[in-house]
Ligand binder design. Structure first.
Ligand SMILES: Nc1nc2c(ncn2[C@@H]2O[C@H](COP(=O)(O)OP(=O)(O)OP(=O)(O)O)[C@@H](O)[C@H]2O)c(=O)[nH]1
Length: 340
C-alpha cells in the first residue's frame, strides 16, 4: 500500500499560510485534499476562514482543526488520533496538508511522523515555509538578517536570545521549499536583500516569490522529500532538549461588542497595535446596521478587513484573538482597544 503524502505548511505568524492554503484548495482540481489546521490559542479562526471559503471542492468535513496549542505536546492525545481518523475514512484523502501555528517549531511535528502507526501509512512529502517578506525586510526577526545569516555560518553555537528569531530560523531550517510571500509590499532591492539572507543559510533550499500565496499546486505538492527520514539535515535550536518552552508567547481572546462603524473598529485595532507589542490579531466584529460580520486580520500595524458571513459563530458576538510575547496583559490591551 502506498503511503499518503503529507505537506506541512509552516511560517511565522501572519506570513500568509492560510492565504496560500486557500489558493491551493481552489486549484486542487478535484484532488481529495484534507486540511489539518493547528492554532495557537483556543479560538480557531483559520479553520473557520477556510470553511467559509465557499470553494466548491472544499467540503467542510475535510478541514480538521486542532486548537489545543502546541502539536508536539498533544501528539499522542490529539494529533495521532486525528491523523488515524483521516486514514481510516471510507474514502481516505489523497493528500493531507497541515498548516501549523505561526509559533510552532516544525521539528517536533516531523518527529511525530516516526510514530509506528503513522510511519507505515504516511510520509512527509515536503515542508513549505512561508516567509513574510516585509517583516523580514524590516528586521522583525533579526536586527540584520544578512549579518545574522553570515555569523551563523561561522558560529554554530551562536546565542539567540530572541524567541521570535528562534522560531523563524527553526521554520526555515526545516524547509524543503521557501515561499517568499507579500512581494507586492517590497521593491526589487528589498526582495533581493531578503533572498540573499535566505540564500546565506546553511540549509539551502529553493526560494520562490509569491503574492497572496499564489503558487501553482504542482510546485507545492509532490516534493517527495520523505522529511521524516531526513531529520538530521534539519537543525533546530531545540535539538537535544526534551521539552521546549511555550512561555515565550501568550494568546488570549477578547470579546468584541457591536462597533459603530468599520472605521471606529479599525481605529481601535490600530491604537492597540501602536500601544502594545502585539504580534498578531485576528477575529471578527458585529458592525451596527450590518447583517454580515467584519473579519479582521492584523499583522503588526497592517490591518485588513472584509465583511463575511457569521457561519457557525454566535450572531452578534465578536471575538478577537490577540497573540504577543509573554507578559502582554489582556486587561491593558482591552483598555487600549476601548480607548482607541
Ligand atoms: N499585501 C499582502 N498581504 C497578504 C499577502 N498574503 C497574505 N496577506 C495578508 O496577510 C494577513 C495574514 O495572512 P494569513 O494567510 O492569515 O497568514 P497566516 O500565516 O495564516 O497567519 P497565522 O495563521 O496567524 O500565523 C492577511 O490579512 C492576508 O490577507 C500578500 O501577498 N500581500
Amino acid at each position: 500500500m502506498s503511503k499518503i503524502p503529507v505537506t506541512i505548511i509552516t511560517g511565522f505568524l501572519g506570513a500568509g499560510k492560510t492565504t496560500l492554503l486557500r489558493h491551493l484548495i481552489a486549484q486542487s482540481n478535484g484532488r481529495r485534499i484534507a486540511i489539518v489546521v493547528n492554532e495557537f490559542g483556543s479560538l480557531g479562526i483559520d479553520g473557520e476562514t477556510l470553511r467559509g471559503c465557499s470553494i466548491p471542492n472544499c467540503p467542510e468535513e475535510d478541514i480538521v482543526e486542532l486548537t489545543n496549542g502546541c502539536l508536539c505536546c498533544t501528539v499522542a492525545d490529539d494529533f495521532i488520533p486525528t491523523m488515524e481518523a483521516l486514514l481510516d475514512r471510507p474514502q481516505p484523502p489523497e493528500h493531507i496538508v497541515i498548516e501549523t501555528s505561526g509559533l510552532a517549531l516544525p521539528k517536533p511535528l516531523l518527529k511525530a511522523f516516526g510514530w509506528p502507526s503513522v510511519r507505515t501509512r504516511m510520509t512527509v512529502d515536503g515542508v513549505i515555509t512561508v516567509v513574510d517578506g516585509p517583516a523580514v525586510a524590516a528586521g522583525r526577526f533579526a536586527d540584520d538578517p544578512e549579518a545574522v545569516a553570515k555569523q551563523r555560518e561561522e558560529d554554530e553555537s551562536l546565542d539567540h536570545d530572541n524567541p521570535l528569531e528562534e522560531v523563524y530560523e527553526d521554520q526555515l531550517d526545516s524547509a524543503d521549499l521557501v515561499v517568499l510571500n507579500k512581494t507586492d509590499l517590497l521593491d526589487e532591492a528589498a526582495l533581493a536583500s531578503v533572498e540573499a539572507a535566505l540564500a546565506g543559510r546553511k540549509r539551502r533550499v529553493r526560494v520562490i516569490r509569491a503574492r497572496e500565496g499564489q503558487v501553482d499546486p504542482a510546485v507545492l505538492l509532490g516534493l517527495s522529500a520523505a522529511a521524516e527520514d531526513d531529520l538530521a539535515a534539519r537543525p533546530s535550536h531545540h535539538d537535544g532538549a526534551d521539552e521546549h518552552e511555550h512561555d515565550d508567547f501568550t494568546s488570549f481572546v477578547l470579546p468584541i461588542r457591536e462597533q459603530e462603524t468599520v472605521e471606529r473598529f479599525t481605529a481601535r485595532l490600530e491604537h492597540v497595535a501602536l500601544t502594545h507589542d502585539v504580534l498578531r490579531m485576528k477575529g471578527y466584529a458585529p458592525i451596527a446596521g450590518k447583517s454580515l460580520r467584519l473579519g479582521v486580520q492584523a499583522v503588526g500595524s497592517r490591518i485588513r478587513h472584509a465583511f463575511e458571513p457569521w457561519g457557525n459563530a454566535a450572531q452578534g458576538e465578536g471575538r478577537l484573538v490577540v497573540i504577543g510575547l509573554h507578559g502582554l496583559d489582556p486587561i491593558a490591551v482591552q483598555n487600549s482597544f476601548d480607548a482607541g
